[in-house]
Design a protein around this ligand. Structure first.
Ligand SMILES: C[S@@+](CC[C@H](N)C(=O)[O-])C[C@H]1O[C@@H](n2cnc3c(N)ncnc32)[C@H](O)[C@@H]1O
Ligand code: SF4
Length: 378
């Protein structure tokens, strides 16, 4: 095992309003945002975790949520400055901020950029007013358009638009229209997520009727054609990018890289090659408790060696190009031959292919990733 690149994920748990489909660790903000205290706690959290990664500069940072764009550029800048001083950045560092179009005032993106942000991920979801309302979104389609224009004007053309499909009552033509509008805003990256009904959400209690699998397949076929025609390449199950604009932070997850996780409920994964172990971390979930407890309350659990093939493959098979033998061996410390038995059934069903020194999922396998992975759990 060799220590892989190191990223940082910082979680911002509050939103203006909780969306009915969302099961992320996010909460409707009911009082004033405790901005100062939260940033201070994130900084202490980082300090407490930094000892485990001494001498390893950060290759990417993702400020995710929740809604990090509720925090002022000044507050974001203070966190980034601290991370740079404590851990160091590689020259090419990518720093992504997730933003909700309903929280962006004029001129704000330029200030985030000045604070160190290099990339923005904008939660568009749809441009159909009826869908935006059903999804409980706080913004209009026009606000998303304006936010995209502001991003270009601020010199942050490297932005992603999140879209959801398989929405209640949505036709392939509706989904295509959403994507066409999105592409007209000239994003560098598009993420398309199948709306899933997650346990414990408002939608789970009263599930909306979603399009059939056949209709969804047509949506996917049409959207892939549109994206390819517009110069995008699919490089991950839900990710499409123009040349040179793949998300470095997410690529690090999918290639089983390391990441520190700070903030309420944040997860981390840290390798220690000198001891040949990988440790997963999890912070206290509930924001009030997170603010009150010592950052040392972090839960640390070593990953069992028998779980490593599954954990690696769960990430690696999300990438269109799959993974190499060398990547598997250097990141898990195991011989790649440990995959042979578990992947044999998927290979026989042509859900995966074996190259000279690579494994990858086929287009059919992409739709049945769980079936591929289940066999690795035995
Ligand atoms: C954690 S959210 C953060 C983005 C930001 N808070 C926003 O919504 O504008 C990241 C993305 O996950 C997607 N997402 C959240 N819940 C989902 C669900 N149940 N099914 C599919 N996609 C979902 C949405 O596209 C969302 O933009
Ligand atoms: S989808 Fe985004 S805005 Fe909506 S509740 Fe989840 S994190 Fe908050």
């Amino acid at each position: 095992m060799i220590n892989p690149p190191l990223a940082l994920y910082a979680h911002f748990p509050w939103c203006v309003q909780k969306c009915p489909y969302c099961d992320f660790n996010s909460y409707t903000l009911k009082e004033q945002l405790p901005e100062e205290r939260y940033i201070e706690t994130l900084r202490r959290d980082l300090d407490a975790q930094a000892a485990a990664v001494e001498g390893r500069p950060l290759t990417s940072i993702f400020l995710g949520g929740g809604t990090p764009s509720l925090f002022s550029p000044n507050a974001i800048g203070r966190l980034l400055e601290h991370a740079r001083a404590r851990l160091g950045f590689v020259d090419s560092i990518e720093i992504t901020l997730e933003a909700n179009p309903g929280t962006i005032e004029r001129g704000r993106f330029a200030e985030y950029r000045a604070a160190g942000v290099t990339r923005v991920s904008l939660g568009a979801q749809s441009f159909d007013p009826r869908q935006l309302q059903r999804l409980g979104r706080i913004h209009s389609a026009d606000e998303t358009r304006i936010a995209a224009e502001e991003l270009h004007a601020a010199g942050l053309a490297n932005f992603n638009l999140d879209l959801m499909y398989a929405l209640p009552g949505q036709t392939p033509a509706d989904a295509e229209s959403d994507l066409r509008i999105a592409l007209a805003l000239e994003p560098a990256h598009v993420s398309q997520y199948h709306l899933t009904i997650e346990p414990g959400t408002v939608f789970a209690a009263a599930p909306p009727t979603q399009p059939t699998d056949e209709v969804v397949d047509e949506m996917l076929d049409r959207s892939l054609r549109l994206l390819v025609d517009a110069g995008f390449e699919q490089y991950e199950v839900s990710g499409y990018a123009r040349a040179g604009t793949r998300c470095a932070h997410n690529l690090n997850y999918w290639t089983f890289g390391d990441y520190l996780g700070i903030g309420a409920g944040a997860h981390g994964k840290i390798s220690d090659a000198s001891r040949q172990i990988i440790v997963r971390t999890q912070q206290t979930r509930e924001p009030r408790r997170y603010l009150a407890v010592d950052p040392e309350a972090l839960v640390r659990k070593p990953v069992a060696v028998r779980d490593l093939p599954f954990e690696f493959a769960m990430n690696g098979f999300r990438l269109v190009e799959g993974f190499s033998d060398q990547q598997f061996e250097s990141r898990t410390g195991l011989a790649v031959s440990v995959l042979d038995r578990g992947l044999a059934p998927a290979l026989a069903k042509a859900l995966v292919t074996r190259g000279r020194d690579t494994w990858r999922a086929t287009p059919q396998g992409f739709r049945f990733l769980n079936d591929i992975l289940v066999a690795l759990l035995d």
